[in-house]
Every structure is written in C-alpha cells, then in structure tokens.
Design a protein around this ligand. Sequence first.
Ligand code: DNO
Length: 348
Amino acid sequence: MKLTFRWYGDNDPVTLEKIKQIPKMSGIVSAIYDVAPGKVWSNESILELKKKANDKGLEFEVVESVPVPEEIKYGGENAPELIESYCENIRRLGKAGVKCICYNFMPVFDWLRSELEHKNDDGSNSLAYNEKTVLAMNPLESELSLPGWDESYTKAELKSLINKYKEIGQEGLWKNLEVFLKKVIPVAKEAGVNMAIHPDDPPWGIFGLPRVITDEKNLDRFLKIVDEKENGLTFCTGSLGARGDNDLVKMAQKYAKRIHFLHLRNIKITSEREFYEVGHPTECGSIDMFGIAKALVENGFDGYVRPDHGRMIWGESGKYGYGLYDRALGATYIAGLFEAIEKCLGKC
Ligand code: DNO
C-alpha cells in the first residue's frame, strides 16, 4: 500500500512541507479545483500540480475527484459530450502519471453532515450526522451551508435538478452510470488509470434523491457492469460503515483486488442513522479498522490509502475534517497497522 494525504492546493493551510514530514508519506491526493465539472483540465495545470508535489518529494498519483457533472448523472442531452470531456481528463491525467481517479455518482449533494463542530468529551470536535436534523433542513429553503451543499444553484435550479432525479429514480441512475462506465473504463484502461468510485455518504437516499453506491448488493452490481480491474472502488470505511448492516470486513475480503483507494476513517454510531466522527483507531469507534486492513492485506489489496476526516484537536481550526493533526495521527496509526499486518501475514 502507498500512504497518501489529501491536499487542497496552495490555499490549504496544511502545506506540502508539513505533509512530507509525516512518516512514510508517499504522495498527495489532489485535484484542479478551479475548473467547473465537465470542463477539460489544462495539461499545464496538471503538470504544475505534479511539479509542486514532486519538488517537495511527494508523488502525485491519485486524483480526488474528477467530478461527474450532474447532466451525466441524470442523463441530459449534453451527457455524451460531457462524457467525452471526462475521458479527455482521464487521458491527460494518465499521461501525467496519475494512476488512480476517485469520483462519485451522488445526485446533487456530495457528502452530508448535520453538524460541523460536534463537541466530544475530550474537548476535540468533529463532524456528525443526525438524520432527523438533516431531514428538517429543506434544501430548497435552507440558508445553511453544509459540506456537500452546493451553494452555486439558485433555488429554482435546485428544484428542477431534484425533480429530474426524482423522475429517473434508482433505475434511471443505474442506467446513466452504466452509460458512463462503458465509455470511461476502456479509456482508463488505455491510459493506465484505475477508476475508483466513492461510496455515497451517507449510504442511503436523502431528500427523495436516489443513491446507489451504498451496500454489498449494489457494489456487486456496480462491479459487474464493467467487470474489469479498472472499474474499481474507493473503499471509504466511514461512508459504508454508517450502515450497521454493511459487513465491512467481508466486503474488504471480497473486493480487495478491486479496491484501488482506501479511505480510512472511524465513526461512532450512536443510533440508527446517527453518528459522529472519531479518532482512527478501532477502539475509538464502531468500525473494525484492524479487521478491514487485515482482510485487505490478506486478499491482495495493493492500492493507495489515505487517512480520511480527522477531528479538530489541540486547538486547530481549518477545513472541517481536513486539519493536519488528527489526520497525521491517523496516518501513523495506519502505517503501523499495515506494517504489523504485512509482517505477520499468515501469522496473525
Ligand atoms: C469527503 C470526501 C468526498 C469525496 C468525494 C469523492 O471528505 O470523502 O468529498 O472526495 O465524494 O468524489
């Protein structure tokens, strides 16, 4: 496995120098953030990003994300053209040495939380999700700003978008995902890139919108649409693990070779559809981090790993979920976990 760290670019208070100082850190996970979804990234901007990382001794082999425009997801008339631009981004990234692209297929909203500064007993704070609070916030009326909440839409645009997805439903979304994969995966194969879909976070439909990357049954269905290595997964433990009925250790065993990117994050489930994010080690939360890592190593996982969301600790403030300290602690925990498992392979 290769240990990586998400970097949000020059404005990220967590600098490349700091990232490089984390033991065993091989590279960054980043993206071109100032280009709208559906547009082609310039070769110059890709190479500039790569150079910035390389100059600090870090690799740039993972992109998170190349966003999928809504029109591809709901199957609008410009979808074929937009898919072609998406393919062009894959070609360009592959040429620049990128080996893995993370993306998601969540309608309208990306990851959602109801609370950004949930107070933990130890004085730290972290992101939390409470379904009742989320559902009480009508996205068409709410003035709230939450992660995953795209504020660039007008209320009318948002309404029409939400209605489009309600019309197509789950099966319509599956169909559009199939159209996308059948075009994109052959291009990725040729470009030497593994595509890694991120699970829906949380892994169930919200506000009547369909979500499909949610559980084992649906992951099986997803992987079969194009049954090739390049059609793979980002295994995000905090996302899939929010559902108590998802057996993550079993899924890790089953999908190890199709998992190209691993997001390790632990959460504490407090009740049905209610959780908050905790420190990475197994005993901090509800997720068996050791069991998952062991299942992956034993079954041939050979991908990139990054510590996912951290808490805010030691008085740090910054981008929610993406401060330095707790993610760095997570990274060293992950490095230790893998070292122990790899060295004991077959013996522990
Ligand atoms: C949240 C992230 C997601 C993820 C995208 C991938 O912290 O895990 O925003 O990057 O869903 O497309």
